[in-house]
Design a protein around this ligand. Structure first.
Ligand code: F3S
Length: 400
């Protein structure tokens, strides 16, 4: 790879050991992907996981003296103080989250602890070169804003944050952003939940290609686009899609395919959505809880649930995971009070794939998120997946 003088000095260790390690990793990545050079990044997001390998890496960078040039927003671990009030957190898990918080603070991250920073705190412009990890973030950056990011790991995104550079390859290049497969959606897409199923169904037929959607509404909500990207990238490693009339680079089908033809065409029918729904949901029955916010809910989604439960009593506990900013907003607007009066709550800074939920292991809940159900399988949590309104109805009755 051709490096600038400054990049070469980073690699030679003139900017300290931490920067040197980060640049060494990035040069290796660039070599793997045949990148010719590095480019500056203006934004970064690190999907910290509060797991051992994640912590090992960031602590290694801190002890090597690394400090982020482009401070990344970061994913949630769990809200230790909240969960210590409602359950028992082991000493090991407490130490882990404390070390994670400290290490990311010391490396110079912006401690947002949420997985939808692209909605409110880390919002790129069209064409910006960025480095985002987090499965719902990457497609949103590429497909909704028309900014550019590869599907980074937490570690490669952290390296980019530290050096302020990223190797120029993949989705940063015009030619790799073109659509490859035309997805003709014959199923009726009527709600935000339908985008969850669509996102899960498409990769079954796609084989790691960039999809171009036609026949879907051209005025999707932010939540619909979050859902679509999160499920596409969870079920099938799809960091970019085009919706004709929505994606900035896809004003027309011709734009989406950059003047070429699709490699093939797939159709998505009502039956495809029904089949994927059947495959991913656990069967109904008595439920113990309801969990929302994977990805983190925005204020409109919180408002919707608070409207549904206003003046009523839930039979099972309900949690909505969101950012601390959205929780604060929900509190100001009275939604938090309504939810708490019904027996629910909002928890910020928290992901569902964390040990703080151990008290729900072996139990059955409802959620609107296939991603939530997918990741918690290894934690022995069962989820019946339905749209939000059906989930709330189930939470009122204690069964579905
Ligand atoms: Fe967010 Fe964790 Fe789900 S980071 S998208 S709540 S898996």
């Amino acid at each position: 790879m051709e490096l600038s003088l400054e990049e070469q000095e980073m690699l030679d260790g003139n900017y300290g050991k931490g920067v040197q390690i980060a640049m060494k990793i990035q040069v290796a990545l660039g070599d793997v992907f045949n990148a010719q050079r590095m480019v500056p990044v203006s934004r970064t997001h690190v999907a910290l996981s509060n797991q051992e390998a994640d912590l090992w890496f960031v602590e290694k960078m801190v002890s090597a003296g690394a400090k982020c040039r482009v401070s990344p927003t970061v994913n949630p671990g769990f809200n230790l103080e909240y969960f210590q009030c409602i359950t028992t957190i082991s000493k090991k898990d407490e130490e882990m989250i404390r070390r994670t918080r400290k290490a990311y603070k010391d490396v110079g991250a912006t401690l947002t602890f949420d997985c939808t920073p692209y909605l409110e705190k880390n919002v790129p412009r069209f064409g910006e070169i960025t480095a985002y990890s987090e499965s719902s973030a990457t497609p949103f950056i590429n497909s909704v804003y028309g900014a550019r990011t590869n599907r980074e790991s937490a570690q490669s995104a952290l390296c980019a944050a530290i050096t302020g550079r990223t190797p120029l390859y993949g989705f940063l290049l015009d030619e790799n952003r073109k659509g490859q497969v035309l997805v003709d959606v014959q199923a009726k897409i009527k709600s935000d939940f339908d985008y969850q199923l669509l996102g899960y169904a498409v990769p079954k037929k796609l084989k790691f290609k960039t999809p171009v959607f036609v026949n879907v509404p051209t005025n999707p909500s932010a939540a619909a686009l979050m859902n679509l990207g999160a499920q596409l990238n969870t079920a099938g490693n799809v960091p970019m899609y085009h919706i004709v009339g929505v994606t900035p680079e896809a004003k027309t089908i011709n734009d989406a395919f950059q003047g070429g033809d699709p490699e093939y065409v797939i159709t998505i029918s009502e039956e495809d959505l029904e089949k994927v729904h059947e495959d991913i949901t656990d069967p109904g029955g008595k439920i113990d809880f309801a969990l929302f916010g994977c990805p983190h809910f925005n204020i409109n989604q919180v408002a919707h649930i608070s409207k549904l439960v206003k003046g009523k009593k839930l039979k099972v506990k309900l949690w909505i995971m969101t950012s601390s900013l959205t929780k604060e907003l929900a509190s100001r607007m009275g939604y938090l009070e309504i939810l708490q009066a019904a027996g629910g709550d909002i928890v910020d800074d928290t992901c569902m794939d964390q040990p703080c939920w151990e008290f729900l292991y072996g139990k059955k809940g409802v959620t609107d998120s296939p991603k939530c159900a997918y990741y918690t399988k290894r934690r022995n949590m069962q989820f019946v997946i339905r749209n939000v309104d059906e989930c709330i109805d189930a939470a009122m009755r204690g069964e579905i």
